[in-house]
Design a protein around this ligand. Structure first.
Ligand SMILES: [Zn+2]
Length: 447
């Protein structure tokens, strides 16, 4: 019989810790696989444990690319050989936030005490049990205790998800446009508009919002991976010239300045539509996933100030605490009423800095400026582990405030509730969105 993952039962040292573990937690950022993809993908426990952020630490710790790829390859039945190739690097990474979540998953999802090939093979029926219809929802809602999950699936479409209509929500992706990339064929397919000039593009962008904003939970862009976050207001005529260059030479890459001009123009249009459709606009700030490609000058949230000033009615969400520029971000969320920080992924990148950031934010910015969690991962098993990590470190953060007699325990519990659930429900107008999704009679997610 398949063993089932049970809700984390543990003894709590304090009322604060109990409250942090029992309060439903809003998960405002994932890249979750759709239900069918999760069910159909063949995977073994070793690959499930590592298919998240930890490969980056394994490479930094000295594992070879080949060893990491092999460990992730479920088709290779030699679990012992695959594990042996990465175990020394995993042990070296034992205390990083990325590896912490691997060991949380080992224990809380798979019930493994010691990481051995035999234990991994024995735990396989648990993974098979989770790859059944409805189990993704049960794991995240009933076991992890998440209030809802927001997923960026990298596309414009944001439709109700039949595997959990009031639980799984999707972002409307604006990444291409912010990058100054105009995928004309896809635009035509989605909107029927052939983009031949800037007026067509304006119309197409408007239409994409009309089509997908009703069920979207937010707009999202992670263009900080491809360009600077520095935004400048652009002349319409300059954007038209840049677009014309792109359309007349589709196989030639636009010059950097033209790409930024067109990107800034489309980014601003996206913000204007997000205001009209009452959607928060999420932006990747700070650290890069992976290894060997980060450009630190692109990623500080301070680059965004001109945009934050220009659009006071927008609701911006700055993600990942702009790590390692989190001190600047404390000042930004203190200063701008239209900007909150989302701790998604931050707990895993650097839990200690995130704790430190929160204690500073608590004393500098009003309570409503922080959204406390997003796992930022593709697997529901990893998302569960990341949520345990977030709860653990949040409890630790607030326990320090209580220890220092800066907060009473009941005050700390109220702070936790604001950061874990209340702020998200308000900022994303969650109940209104749930009603809109419930009333939706259009197409549904079919993946
Ligand atoms: Zn992400």
């Amino acid at each position: 019989m398949t063993r089932r993952v049970e809700r984390l039962e543990r003894s709590f040292a304090t009322d604060l810790e109990r409250a942090v573990f029992k309060t439903p937690l809003c998960d405002t950022h994932e890249h979750l696989q759709y239900e069918n993809a999760w069910i159909e993908e063949k995977a073994d426990v070793l690959s499930d444990l590592l298919n998240n952020y930890v490969p980056a630490d394994l490479l930094t710790a000295g594992a070879s690319q080949k060893a990491v790829e092999r460990a992730l390859d479920s088709k290779d039945p030699d679990i012992a050989g695959r594990l042996a190739g990465v175990l020394p690097a995993l042990e070296r990474s034992r205390y990083t936030g990325y590896a912490e979540t691997v060991y949380l998953c080992v224990r809380h999802v798979y019930g493994i005490e010691e990481l051995t090939a035999a234990a991994l093979a024995e735990a396989q029926p648990i993974l098979e049990g989770l790859k059944q219809p409805g189990e993704r929802l049960r794991l995240l809602r009933d076991v992890a205790g998440l209030e809802h999950v927001q997923t960026d699936d990298f596309v414009w479409a944001a439709l109700p998800d039949p595997s959990g209509k009031d639980f799984f929500f999707y972002d409307l992706s604006w990444r291409n446009f912010c990058n100054g990339e105009i995928p004309v064929e896809e635009i035509h397919k989605e909107t029927g508009i052939e983009v031949k000039d800037l007026e067509d593009l304006d119309e197409a962008m408007e239409k994409l919002f009309e089509k997908y904003a009703p069920c979207a939970i937010a707009v999202k862009s992670q263009h900080a991976y491809n360009r600077t976050l520095l935004w400048r207001e652009r002349e319409r005529a300059d954007a038209a010239i840049a677009l014309n260059k792109l359309l007349s030479h589709p196989d030639t890459e636009l010059a950097e300045e033209d790409r930024l001009c067109l990107g800034d123009y489309c980014w601003a249009k996206g913000v204007e539509h997000s205001i009209r459709h009452e959607l928060p606009f999420k932006l990747h700030t700070g650290y890069y996933v992976g290894n060997q490609h980060m450009r630190t000058e692109r990623i500080p949230a301070g680059n965004l100030c001109t945009l934050l000033i220009k659009y006071p009615k927008a609701r911006f969400v700055l993600m990942h605490i702009a790590y390692p520029y989190q001190e600047e971000l404390v000042a930004i969320i203190k200063h701008f009423h239209n900007t909150v920080v989302d701790l998604c992924w931050a707990w895993s990148i650097d839990p200690y800095s995130t704790k430190d950031f929160l204690r500073r934010a608590l004393r500098a910015a009003p309570l409503n400026q922080v959204l406390g969690f997003g796992g930022d991962t593709g697997k529901p098993t990893s998302a569960y582990a990341y949520s345990i990590q977030a709860r653990t470190w949040l409890a630790r953060t607030l326990a320090e405030e209580v220890r220092d007699r800066a907060l009473s325990e009941s005050e700390a519990i109220r702070v936790a509730e604001a950061w874990m659930r209340e702020n998200q429900r308000e900022y994303f107008q969650l109940e209104k969105k749930r009603r809109m999704v419930a009333a939706w009679s259009g197409p549904m997610l079919e993946k």
